[in-house]
Structures are given as structure tokens and as C-alpha cells.
Design a protein around this ligand. Sequence first.
Ligand code: HEM
Length: 463
Amino acid sequence: MAQQYGDVFQIKLGSRNVVVLNGEDTIKQALIKKGTDFAGRPDFISFKLVSGGKSLAFGSYSNLWKAHRRIAQSTVRAFSTSNPQTKKAFEQHIISEIRELVKVFLKKTKQEKYFRPSQILTVATANIISALCFGKRYSYEDVEFKSVVGRNNQFTETVGAGSLVDVMPWLQSFPNPIKTMFGNFKNLNLEFFAFIEDKVTQHRATIKPGIIRDMTDAFILALDQGKRGTNGVLLGKEHVPPTVCDIFGASQDTLSTALQWIVLLLIRFPEMQTRLQQEVDNVVDRTRLPSIEDQPSLPYVMAFIYEAMRFSSFMPGTIPHSTTTDTSVNGYHIPKNTVIFINQWSVNHNAQKWANPGVFDPTRFVSKTGDLNKDLTNSVLIFSVGKRRCIGEELSKMQLFLYTAILAHQCNFIANPDEPSTLDSCYGLTLKPTPFSIAVTHRGSMDVMDSYVTDLQKADNSM
Ligand code: HEM
């Protein structure tokens, strides 16, 4: 549509006018140059159901939102990427989880030969954020956890590009399939919020002065005392569960979708899998695992990850925005409270910027001298830009790097020859690959991973 109608066009969805912004220049003009004007969220009914109605991700632009975002962002960094020590601790969580994941992959291959990896990858990513939020991981067989994290598809299907009820509220007034779907969405949010509230209650009961065990403790300490703004108290203890809910919810579906794409691309392009393995083997010998310090020496691994994000554009749009004031972009007037869709996909598939954008080719990010082309990697748009830019970007990139490098170092991924070799996806807030199955074999033994985790446990016990 952007090719036909230009970078700014308007569509009518039910009762709402929606302006769609396309292309790098237009999107940056709106979200960066006129950041405040475009930083709102629509007053959609569905948005009010997320995180007990106090979501920072789905909440409107205000002083409360600014304070909320600041606390969430600094806490996420403090537990993941803010300095070398936190990075090391975060890396240890990730590597321990990858070891569990590889064990499950090998077991499934032994039992079923080819198996679907999507739910396993969902639990793996949920476990890492759970370790940060609650200091606890779950077994891959845990029924409660699987049901809480496994139903996220329904969430992203409803939020993706605005649910029908948001733009046609009267659909709620009589029985119809959309009303049923919306009812499921409501229940899903209530159940997820209850799961988080329960964890927060348990934390309050066991928290000890001077000891911050995890992000939930950090939020309790930061928010229980209340954050004041010029017009009185902005944030208080009632914001702890919504903040944890936002962090947990925002990371889970996005990261597991990213990993599904990475695994799919490994099996669809075996020659690239071999090149990844060769690069990792050249830098990291077989007696240790790849670590975050190896990242600058692994440009092809990084190129593969950026190309996976560009090619799949698995978050094709952002969460819908809205205008906070009368404004304009590219000379078009846009009234206050207009719903804005940001088309990230259009940036990643612009044929003027990317040669053959529909072709998966990581080498587009590697220069002639073999370095990663950082100007080009910065042009991939998947975490959005401006005031609403994702707060989990650094954490996600670190996680994706370790997953890709370690899985390439440790495993071979094999496609099921009985399945069509497609790269198709299903639509929602995130684009997921259509179901596919794989087999996984080890490139050696579990020894290096096992001894890494044993050493960690020994160090833990001696503290
Ligand atoms: C590959 C993984 C991820 C991708 C591609 C991604 C992408 C995005 C996008 C596109 C948005 C919407 C931005 C906008 O509306 O303009 C967003 C918002 C957000 N993300 Fe992420 N995200 C990822 C992982 C994470 C993680 C791991 C966390 C938490 C640690 C997180 C926390 C958030 C939050 C809190 C917001 C709301 C920001 C706001 O409204 O101010 N995300 N993310």
C-alpha cells in the first residue's frame, strides 16, 4: 500500500481513522523529531485490560508514564546489561537455560526424531525472564507455567494492529465470534495478572531488608515508598504487579518468536549454519562455551541475527501509537488523538536501501574486510525508535547473541524432509513462522555445558 499511496496514508478501521506511517525518514520524523506529538497510545478497550489497567507499555503519555518507564528501564538494565558484573550474572542465567534447552532438544529428537520446537523455545525464554523477575526457573513439564506462557498467541493476535472490538466497540453487545475472542483475551489477561500478583505477594512476605533477590524485590523497594511528581504521588505499591507483568509479557512472546525464526533459518539454510559453526569454532575452542566477550570477534553470528530480524520483521508494526496534540508529518495535518500505525516492515524491506530485500542474506551486513557494518545494522527497525522505543533492546540482543553462538557451537539443526521448505508466517502483533519441526544432534557431548553449570553451582554454594 505504501508504494501505491506514499509514506503517509489514512485508512478507516470501523469507527476510527488510522494514519499509517511508512519508510525510515517519515517514521523518524514522527517518532524522533516530533517524539512527544506521537508518543500517545490509543484509548482502546483492549489496552485497558493489560497489566491490571496500569500498563506502562499500553498506557497513555503522561508524567506518570514517564516516571514509570524510567523505573522499569533502569531496573531492567540493573539486572541485565548495566555493567560487566550484571552482564556476567545475566549470561550465567542464559547459559544455564540453554543447557536445559539442549537437553530437551536431544531427548525430543531421541523420542520423536522430528519435533516442533516452538513451545519449548517459549518456555526457555520465559524461564530467563522468570529468573530475572522471580529468581526462579520452571521445568519444561510444569503445567501451570506452560499454560501461563503458552497462551501468549491469543494476546498478540488480539493486540496486533488493533483488535476489531477496539475499532467497533458495539461488537461486544451481542453474541458473535469476535466477542468470544475478546472474552478469551480478557480472561487471558486476568489469569496472567493473577499469576504475577501471586508472585509479588510471595515476595512481599519473604523480602528482607538490604537484600534484593530479583527484579520484583527491586520494584517493591522502588515503588512502595511512592514516587512523587509535581502534582502529588504518581506511582505507588499498586504499580508493582503491573510493572512486572509488563516486563514479563513484553519479553516473552517477542524473544521466543525471534528464536523460532533463528532456528527455522538455521534449518532452511544449512550452508549458513555451517558457516556459523565454522566462525564460532575458529574463535572459541571446544573446551569452553562462547561468551559475551566473544561478540566482537563473531561478525557473521551478529550479521545472521540482524538479517533474521530484518528479513522476518517479526514485529512488523509497533504497538499502536496516537497523537498527543494536533501535529503534522510530511506536510499532512494530523489531529490530536489520531491512531497511528508504524510500519516497521516497510523500513526493513525498502528495495532502495536493501538489495533483494526478500532474500535472506546475512553477508549484506558484513563488509569486504569481514567486519560487521554497524551503519547498516542500525538501519534495521524492530525495537521502534523515539520515546516509546523498547526498553528490552540491549537485553534481547545479548540473549539472541548467546543463544545463536552457543547453539551453533554445540548443536546441529536438521530440517524434517517430509515438510515443505517454507519461510511463511502467521499474522499477529508478532509474525511467527508457520509450524515446523526439527531434529537436533550434539556436535560433541554435554561435558562443556555440564561442567560450566557445575562450576557455577560450586561458586554459589561457597558464597
Ligand atoms: C526481540 C525482542 C523484542 C522486540 C523485537 C521488541 C520490540 C518492541 C516494540 C516494537 C515495542 C513497541 C514500541 C512502540 O510502540 O513504538 C516494544 C515496547 C516495549 N518493550 Fe519490547 N521488544 C523485545 C523484547 C523486550 C524485552 C525483553 C522487554 C523487557 C525486558 C521489553 C519491554 C518492552 C516494554 C516495557 C515496552 C513498552 C515501551 C513503552 O511503551 O514505553 N521488550 N518492544
